[in-house]
Design a binder for this molecule. Sequence first.
Ligand code: KE4
Length: 434
Amino acid sequence: MKKDNSIRLFHEAQQYIPGGVNSPVRAFRSVGLNPVFVKKGRGAVLVDEDGNEYIDYVGSWGPLILGHLHPEVTEAVRECLEFGTSFGAPTERETVLARMITEAVPSVEMVRLVSSGTEATMSAARLARAYTGRNKIVKFEGCYHGHADMFLIKAGSGALTHGVPTSPGVPAGTAAQTINADFNDLEGLEEIFRSAGRDIAAVIVEPVPGNMGVVPPQPGFLRGLRKITEKYGALLIFDEVITGFRLSYGGAQELYGVMPDLTCLGKIIGGGLPVGAFGGRKEIMSLMSPAGPVYQAGTLSGNPLAVSAGIAALKALGRPGVYEDLDKKSSLLAVGLAGAAREAGVEVRLNRVGSMLSGFFTGREVVDFKTACTSDTRKYAVFFKAMLEEGIYLAPSQFEAAFVSLAHTEEIIGRTVEAAARAFKAVAETEDFI
Ligand code: KE4
């Protein structure tokens, strides 16, 4: 596969952009390869700068659930361009998207639009602290909520001790306000609340984590979060930046029937352009400036072009049969991949919820970050490279999700499974050397 242009462009990019990329995971470092420089997308396909075509299972990390260049999304952006790109003033389009979100997401009565998932989660945490008058935030190891200081924290020596920054530049004082719990461990969370409950403003969780690979919540876990937070007067924040409009039109909270106090959204609601959002009950959201005292702002919040793309995307997703179609094709893929791995004699644990899935190179059930880390990431790197050579573009990290879009046909899924059969054989052949 010719890669000359991607290699040349990567070399040039590194002179002007740290690591040559504007978001770290794009650099392909955890799979030990030079990144692909993309020229264009079309449906389920990406085309790189060397003309190579790939079936895309990254989908811009989740937003492109309709596939690349969906005609209704591109037409909505084109129509909006006739009027302008940004005004820094309220527009009707923002109210339309806000209303669509409140009508779709069961627990959201009012919503603030921002420009990224990071802004959404950072603002939701500030709001929870203001609403409760408390400072501590509980998150779960392996969950990612964007790069605000308070979330770049891992567990200290013990779950009850202060968090430890995962990045330089995060002050110890900030880390002290974040407590890490283990996903799917209600007893551990109860213990944290027994010890610090009165100081905890909120628990923030990816209801179905995609950032340690896909790890489904065990039966009763999300409902347990709801009960524990209610018992201690803390808010429950669902970070649905990935799962919102991914797992159902009402997100994970509709799928699992558990209502958080605040919900963070992003990715899909922008239709591929920059939109984030946080929302919840009016009683809480009314604290947000200028209605209330909690400050948050953004030059491009509710940007007309981005909002227009989001409105078109949600309209397309609101049609009958969309999520059944996604689930059917994603199940075909998961079953096919598991069969291909078994056939090649490679131990792979496949986790899937709806159209988000991950294959872990481990024989253990993956139920939290610790078990996700039992995956052999060297095998993942071999598999990733073999699939890339087969024209299949997966997440360049074991600890991400693969996403199926409406543009993935059953024929495309079939081709993916055939490619995976060869890629798993490549893993089996290198097993003795890695
Ligand atoms: P952004 O600031 O990247 O829009 O959203 C942050 C965020 C918040 N919450 C969840 C559950 C998320 O998954 C994300 C961002 N996801 C990553 C990949 N899983 C974005 C890709 C990247 O960092 O390049």
